[in-house]
Design a protein around this ligand. Structure first.
Ligand code: CA
Length: 414
């Protein structure tokens, strides 16, 4: 770790990883974070190659447009260097790196970005993510297939759709120019920070630590407090009142601060081969953080897989729903069967009748029907019994209903 009054770069291997695949740089005008990935010897090499090439762009430019062009060109040149390295060292195949960089020209920032490292602007107490993650899950969020909350816990959240590497000769790099002003704090970080520390915690750390170095250290500490499963790199740039960049020694942290080691890594992987043969599972253990080429077929395959997962979830729900409906239906049948054990006496077509079922219906559904017509005209009944029959008389069972009818018949004859 090292610092100067206006910018600071800090990188930490984290608590789980054995090597740091991140690289960071804070220079006179240029500030960059790169997060490497792929292979057992590739990730740290990828971010180091990229940073070492991109820092050639750390110069004073006439305009922000010039700076934007220079920065983008530097990323494209780094992409070619990575492809060359893979060509010469096959064991590096599949390596790649994110790059997020700011190149300052006066009160403007030229920005270049690819991958899922992030650039945030902290201004007037508010934190804004300036870059968009080039991740599979962000695609799903953008297309409305999942919510940002679902993205945060999605099993494929670490899959990148775009990186620098040996995959694409002309990678799609986001660039833009943003105005800056005194008091602005620009944060560039790897996902080792942003995946484990909430935006709210980041904002809080920046608001409580006005000192650049303290704030950057606090952010790394926040990640360590969350267990720091990944390498974590923070580059923080404070735009001061004067708006001037002070001359200082550029700082490189992480993998790019070390000599490139892939030749010795290659030797080591050759030595490791017999172990891998003894434990073939180890050899195929996937890298937890990896990228995928942004081909339409591949994207379609990923989305199909996501759909299948969603379908499996739907099927589970449908089975559960069917079970609930079956239980409810069984209840309804039992309840209906019970109603059919009940009898009552009522009026039907101007005569007394015995009904099977209950008087109450379920909306339009009637739960009773005429069981037996008696032939006793309602008109023959005394007024009290007439109204009783019209409002129905409950019976305990069929014989009871017949007994009631017998009594009515006697009264009708009188
Ligand atoms: Ca990472």
């Amino acid at each position: 770790m090292a610092s100067n009054p206006k910018s600071v770069a800090v990188s930490h291997v984290g608590k789980i990883r054995s090597n740091n695949q991140d690289s960071g740089y804070a220079g006179a005008h240029l500030f960059v974070v790169a997060d490497g990935m792929g292979g057992h010897a590739g990730g740290d090499v990828a971010s180091a190659i990229a940073i070492k090439r991109i820092i050639d762009a750390d110069k004073a430019y006439e305009s922000a447009a010039d700076a934007e062009f220079a920065l983008k060109s530097a990323l494209i040149a780094a992409n070619s260097l990575l492809a060359e390295a893979v060509f010469e060292h096959q064991e590096l195949t599949g390596m790649g790196t994110t790059v997020s960089g700011l190149l300052r020209v006066g009160d403007e920032m030229a920005l270049a970005h690819i991958g899922d490292s992030r650039i945030y602007l902290y201004r007037d107490g508010e934190l804004t993510q300036v870059t968009a993650d080039h991740t599979f899950v962000q695609r799903l969020v953008d297309s409305g297939r999942i919510t940002p909350e679902e993205a945060a816990v999605h099993p494929r959240r670490s899959v990148l759709m775009r990186v620098l590497g040996d995959v694409d000769a002309s990678p799609e790099i986001d660039t833009t120019i943003v105005r800056t002003r005194p008091g602005d704090r620009w944060l560039i970080c790897s996902d080792g920070l942003s995946s484990y520390v909430t935006d709210d915690r980041i904002r809080s750390a920046l608001s409580h630590h006005p000192n650049t170095k303290d704030a950057a250290n606090r952010l790394v500490k926040e990640s360590l407090d969350q267990g720091a499963p990944d390498n974590v790199t923070v580059v923080l740039v404070d735009i001061d009142e004067s708006g001037e960049s002070s001359a200082h020694t550029p700082v490189i942290v992480g993998s790019a601060a070390q000599p490139l080691t892939y030749e010795s890594e290659a030797g080591r992987s050759a030595l490791r081969l017999p172990t891998l043969l003894l434990h073939p599972l180890k050899a195929t253990k996937p890298d937890p953080s990896h990228f995928e080429p942004e081909s339409e077929e591949y994207l379609t395959a990923l989305i199909d897989e996501d759909r299948r997962r969603a379908r499996r979830r739907r099927i589970t729900w449908l089975v559960a729903l069917a079970l609930v409906l079956a239980v409810v239906a069984t209840g309804i049948v039992a309840a209906y069967q019970w109603t059919q054990t009940r009898f009552y006496v009522g009026a039907y077509d101007g005569e007394v009748a015995i009904y099977q079922g209950v008087q109450q219906g379920l909306g339009p559904i009637r739960l009773s029907n005429v069981y037996e017509e008696t032939g006793i005209p309602l008109d023959d009944l005394p007024p009290y019994w007439l109204s009783s029959v019209e409002s129905t008389i409950n019976a305990d069972d069929l014989p009871d209903a017949r007994a009631i009818v017998d009594r009515l018949e006697v009264m009708a004859d009188e």
